[in-house]
Design a protein around this ligand. Structure first.
Ligand code: NDP
Length: 480
């Protein structure tokens, strides 16, 4: 196939807006502090393997200090504070995030490997929008339809993954704070830097000490946080495996829990769908953020009569995607976040070939340093293949076909997950019928991966439980 890629001059975003510190402490009780019983680890750029900074790994004693600070702040300042006063702080954080948006976006792109275009246009504005949105709720909790006098739960222990580090932090912190809880946040080991920059913003917004605490570290730190007896509510986003372990460990403790876990979403294209629009939706569904998206449309279900045409159009479109330097504004596909994640994607892609699917990738060059995986399509996929069942969490699309709407529903629901789905068709009645029959927390119609702070998000079955976003997102942080 002839290449349809233009030659673009590089357009790198400057790193000068970010002032990296050589080492970062923990953010506890309003200050950056050295770990007492922890150690230090490094965080590196996945696109260049350059070490960006040393970061503290909180030990159990450090977690204890952070939880104690949060409990004090909840009891003495944040809990008793009128909602309209809490709102002012949240609005201030949102505005500061907007003011420092370029810095946040560049740092996110450096630490995570995602294209600057996405960090700049999606992660950071959406994160600020969550603070704006929940600031508006802080003095209206009694009118949220959750009872006449809802009360905060107490201290929230919040553990987030590496795919949307800042955005996930905002999803967790904003509703919790609006509802009068205080927070201890544990960012992922490979992407701690924007949570620490957010901690600087919290300082700049002059939040009372202890209201927000950030304890960096690996899985041990997360485990110590969720197990801490003074944590009243746990909110976790990450793998289904760790989510299940957390649920087991909390059984019988009376702690409140919400889990936002994995997915294996079906993106369903009917023969009357606007083809070019659907192809853009498929690309956005699976190649956005290198496919490191829990609700990624990783299973394309396409009606048999148009399957060849869709796959041909998709291949043509993938030939135009640019893979490379995440800080280049032309880049569509950035780096894979870690060598471990790259190995997982490679192993699952190999299993697809071994089980008999046909593998295809565009001819784009791959940089020598860093962790990269070309966008990949598998055709000839049977529902029993691992690539049709397991969450790959990478830029890999499995194409399956169907003949009737009933068959599409059966195949789409043939998964242990239930987070999201997409439907592409011109027929409104079919959209409604599909949405009623698909077992997924979110069903997008003629679009995909569209997020809004006013809209609840969450899953069924092994995708977890509880809703984040919207009025529903407050419920997880209130005693009603
Ligand atoms: P994890 O579920 O291990 O990580 C998510 C967060 O939980 C991280 O902050 C992690 O810390 C922390 N954590 C790890 N173990 C524990 C524990 N026992 N108790 C409390 N917190 C813990 O995901 P991984 O990063 O290891 O990714 C593995 C796979 O999970 C991916 O390949 C992908 O398939 C899936 N995944 C799905 C996500 C989703 O949103 N659906 C998000 C991330 C991953 P640390 O990073 O420091 O180890």
């Amino acid at each position: 196939m002839p290449s349809t890629r233009f030659t673009y001059a590089p357009a790198p975003e400057s790193r000068s807006v970010v002032s990296l510190r050589p080492a970062y402490g923990l953010f506890v009780d309003g200050e950056f502090v050295e770990p007492r019983d922890g150690s230090m680890f490094t965080t590196a750029s996945p696109s260049s393997e350059e070490v960006l900074a040393e970061v503290a790994a909180a030990g159990p004693g450090d977690v204890d200090r952070a939880v104690a600070a949060a409990a004090r702040a909840q009891r003495d300042t944040w809990g008793p504070m009128p909602g309209k006063e809490r709102a002012k702080y949240l609005f201030r954080i949102a505005r500061l995030m907007q003011e420092r948006s370029r810095e946040l976006a560049v740092l996110e792109s450096m630490d995570n490997g995602k294209p600057i275009r996405e960090a700049r246009d999606v992660d950071v504005p959406l994160a600020a929008a969550h603070f704006f949105y929940y600031a508006g709720w802080a003095d209206k909790l009694a009118y949220a339809g959750l009872g006449p006098s809802p009360r905060p739960i107490g201290v929230a222990g919040q553990v987030v993954p590496w795919n949307f580090p800042l955005l996930m932090a905002a999803w967790k912190l904003a509703p919790a704070l609006a509802a009068g809880n205080t927070c201890v946040l544990k960012p992922a080991e490979t992407t701690p830097l924007t949570a620490l920059l957010l901690a600087e913003i919290v300082q700049q917004a002059e939040l009372p000490p202890g209201v927000v605490n950030v304890v960096t570290g690996a899985g041990d730190t997360g485990a110590a946080l969720v197990a801490h007896p003074a944590v009243d509510k746990v909110a976790f986003t990450g793998s289904t495996e760790v989510g299940k372990a957390i649920q087991r460990s909390l059984a019988g403790t009376g702690k409140r829990l919400t889990l936002e876990l994995g997915g294996k979403a079906a993106n369903i294209v009917f023969d009357d769908a606007p083809l070019s629009q659907a192809v853009e939706g498929i690309v956005n569904g699976i190649f956005f953020n290198q496919g490191h998206v829990c609700c990624a449309g990783s299973r394309l279900l396409v009606q048999e009569s148009i399957a060849d045409a869709v796959v041909d159009a998709l291949k043509l479109r993938l030939e135009t995607l640019r893979l490379g330097d995440p800080l280049d504004k032309n880049t569509d596909i950035g780096a894979i976040n870690s060598p471990g994640q790259l190995a997982k994607i490679e192993e699952l892609a190999s299993s697809g070939e071994a089980e008999g699917a046909t593998r295809w990738s565009p001819s784009c060059p791959v940089p020598e340093r860093g962790y990269w995986f070309r966008p990949t399509i598998f055709t000839g996929v049977a529902p029993a293949f691992r690539i049709a069942r397991e969450e790959i969490f990478g830029p890999v699309l499995s194409v399956l076909t169907f003949r009737t709407p009933d068959e599409a529903v059966v195949k789409a629901n043939n998964t242990t997950y239930g987070l999201s789905a997409g439907v592409w068709t011109e027929k409104g009645s079919r959209i409604l019928w599909m949405a009623q029959h698909l077992r997924a927390g979110v069903v997008w119609a003629n679009t995909f991966n569209r997020f809004d702070p006013t809209s609840p998000f969450g899953g069924y079955r092994e995708s977890g439980f509880g809703r984040e976003g919207g009025r529903h997102g407050l419920e997880a942080y209130l005693d009603v």
